[in-house]
Each structure stands twice: as C-alpha cells, then as structure tokens.
Design a protein around this ligand. Structure first.
Ligand SMILES: [Zn+2]
Length: 101
C-alpha cells in the first residue's frame, strides 16, 4: 500500500467502513510509516476536538469530514489547512458556548 492509498483510507478506516483486509493493510502501513502515522494522529486529534466541543453546530463534524475526504491526497498543505480550520472552528464554538452560560 502506498502512502497516498493509506491516507485516502484514513477516514473510512476511522469509521470502520473498510473491509477486514483493507483495514489490516492500513494498520500495517500506519505501523511502518512515520509520515502516515502523523497524518493519522492529526486526523484523530482534529476529530476529537470536534467531538469534545460542548455544543457543536449541527453538521460541523460531517462538513469537516467531507472537506477532508474531498481534499486531494497529493495536496497535503490543503489537508493541513483543513485541520487548522477545524481547530479554529472548535475553539470558536467553545468560546461561544462558554460565553452563553
Ligand atoms: Zn505512508
């Protein structure tokens, strides 16, 4: 499995939507490839931030996930931008919720 193939599958891998063979191939690649391991950690961290936001606007996580899925994998800087946007959105949501209490 190439890095691109692995990174294209991170989202369905996270969702448990891959077949057993494909999921095992992603696991094996992540275990042996530092670059993809970092992508995987960043992806999980971004999703966790969104999930832990106290009151997420409806559809925010799926919109970010959709943006992630649609980003061309050869365009890594764009994925980085999406992660930053996800963090900023989560921070804004958190501030808004705290101020409204
Ligand atoms: Zn890789």
């Amino acid at each position: 499995m190439t890095c691109r193939e692995c990174q294209d599958r991170l989202s369905p891998y996270h969702d448990g939507a891959l077949g057993a063979g494909e999921a095992a191939a992603v696991s094996a690649h992540l275990a042996s490839c530092a670059a993809c391991g970092r992508e995987w950690e960043a992806y999980r961290r971004a999703l966790r931030v969104l999930i832990e936001a106290p009151e997420e606007p409806p559809g925010l996580a799926s919109r970010v996930d959709g943006a992630w899925r649609s980003a061309p994998s050869e365009d890594s800087p764009r994925r980085g931008v999406i992660l930053v946007v996800a963090y900023v959105l989560a921070a804004i949501v958190t501030v808004l919720v705290l101020r409204s209490c």
